[in-house]
Design a protein. Structure first.
Length: 178
C-alpha cells in the first residue's frame, strides 16, 4: 500500500513538472507568410479575391487577385536582417527601382509622390497588354529589419473602387495632398 501511494505521488509530481515545463517553453514566432496574409484578411473579400503567398529567405509576398474586376493587390515584405534606415529605404526604393519594376509594362508614368510620416505613397498610371491601369504604391518601414511595399492596381476608370480598398489598407494615405 505504501508503495502504491509513493508511485502515485511520483506520477502526480511528474505531471506537475511536465506541465510547468511546457508553460515555460517560449512560443515560436509566427511565420511571416501569415503576417502578410493578415494584411488583406479583412480587406479583400474571399468570394471576389483569390489569395496566394510565398516565403523566401529575404522576402515574403502575398498577392490578391480579383479577375472579375481586373484588380490586383501585391505585398512584398522585405527582410533586411542586418537592419535598414529610413535613408536607406529611400535610396533603395528610388526611380531606378521603379524603372526596373515596371520594365515589362508598355508605358508608365508617375502621377504623384509624397511622404506621410514614415510612409511613402507613389501613384502611377500605366499600360499593360494595351489596357490602362491606375496604381497606388506604398512603402512602409515595419521595423528595423522589415520593409513592406504594397500596391493596388485597378483598371483606369475604377478609381472610386480602388480608393475604397485603399482606405481599408491605408486610411490616411489614399492620395497625396496638394
Amino acid at each position: 500500500m505504501v508503495k502504491r501511494v509513493f508511485i502515485l505521488i511520483c506520477l502526480l509530481a511528474g505531471v506537475i513538472v511536465v506541465s510547468r515545463a511546457q508553460d515555460a517553453v517560449p512560443e515560436s514566432p509566427e511565420r511571416e507568410i501569415y503576417t502578410v496574409l493578415a494584411v488583406g484578411e479583412d480587406v479583400f473579400e474571399p468570394d471576389l479575391w483569390l489569395a496566394t503567398a510565398s516565403e523566401k529567405g529575404y522576402l515574403t509576398t502575398a498577392e490578391w487577385r480579383a479577375d472579375s474586376i481586373g484588380a490586383l493587390a501585391f505585398l512584398n515584405y522585405f527582410h533586411f536582417d542586418t537592419g535598414i534606415t529610413l535613408e536607406e529605404i529611400q535610396a533603395t526604393f528610388n526611380n531606378a527601382w521603379f524603372e526596373a519594376t515596371f520594365a515589362n509594362y508598355q508605358s508608365w508614368q508617375e502621377i504623384s509622390n509624397c511622404q506621410i510620416d514614415d510612409l511613402t505613397l507613389r501613384e502611377f498610371s500605366f499600360i499593360n497588354n494595351n489596357l490602362k491601369y491606375d496604381m497606388l504604391y506604398w512603402i512602409e518601414p515595419i521595423s528595423e529589419t522589415r520593409v513592406q511595399t504594397m500596391f493596388l492596381t485597378f483598371p483606369e476608370g475604377s478609381r472610386d473602387l480602388m480608393d475604397e480598398y485603399a482606405a481599408d489598407l491605408y486610411p490616411d494615405a489614399i492620395v497625396c495632398a496638394g
